[in-house]
Write a protein that binds this ligand. Structure first.
Ligand code: GTP
Ligand code: MG
Length: 194
């Protein structure tokens, strides 16, 4: 994918506020602080199109970005951060479920996992919803720069086991080295063609 233009479109919490479902759309989901916004920035080759933060739980809205006036990329709010107020936590499930269930133009969801962490209940819940609503899922293990190459397989095994996905299903990514960017773009393009 050649990146010509990339810009923020709008934030929304409910379908009435989403932009019209007139283009292929790819969403990015995962635990707070896992690196969704960082991955998005690398994908579109912009340093800070999407706000990243070392404080987890900053993105609490569904944020739509336009790429080349052709596709929408969507930064979904993260989950699982203890310090997010209860009221916000309660909104997350219905907000994400509604989006996944109703968004006709959604081609795939990229689900991120931190190479240093074993997936937890919310991660598995998200995978279950994606399966239930028949949304193609692109699993990505990120922050791979945080562990040495010879530790990789050992770190990936428990993630594969917890999710029930084969280790080969995961694309490996680092926002620091940009490893995995091309492979993930290939998977996004295939998802948008189907
Ligand atoms: P929320 O919006 O809070 O849900 O977080 P997020 O998933 O969008 O994470 P974000 O992209 O803001 O990244 C969180 C922190 O992790 C930031 O300090 C990033 O710099 C860092 N980070 C993200 N990806 C990587 C990576 O591949 N490698 C390393 N070393 N750090 C990363
Ligand atoms: Mg974010």
């Amino acid at each position: 994918m050649q990146i010509k233009t990339a810009q923020f479109v709008k934030s929304a919490t409910r379908p009435g506020n989403y932009p019209p479902a007139e283009r292929p759309e790819i969403a990015f989901a995962g635990r707070s602080n896992v690196g969704k916004s960082s991955l998005l920035n690398v994908m579109v080759q912009r340093k800070s199109l999407v706000r990243t933060s070392s404080t987890p739980g900053r993105t609490q809205l569904i944020n739509f970005f336009d790429l080349n006036e052709e596709i929408y990329l969507v930064d979904l709010p993260g989950y699982g951060f203890a310090k997010v107020p209860m009221a916000v936590k309660k909104q997350w499930g219905p907000m994400i479920q509604t989006y996944l269930q109703s968004r006709q133009s959604l081609c795939a969801v990229v689900v991120l996992f931190d190479i240093r962490r074993v997936p937890r209940e919310e991660d598995l819940q998200l995978l279950d919803w994606l399966e239930e609503y028949e949304v193609p899922t692109i699993p990505v293990i990120t922050k791979v720069d945080k562990v040495s190459r010879n530790r990789r397989a050992a770190q990936i095994a428990p993630i594969a086991e917890a999710t029930g996905l084969p280790a080969e299903a995961f694309s490996l990514f680092s926002a620091l080295t940009k490893e995995g960017r091309d492979e993930i773009w290939e998977r996004l393009e295939i998802a948008m063609e189907e």
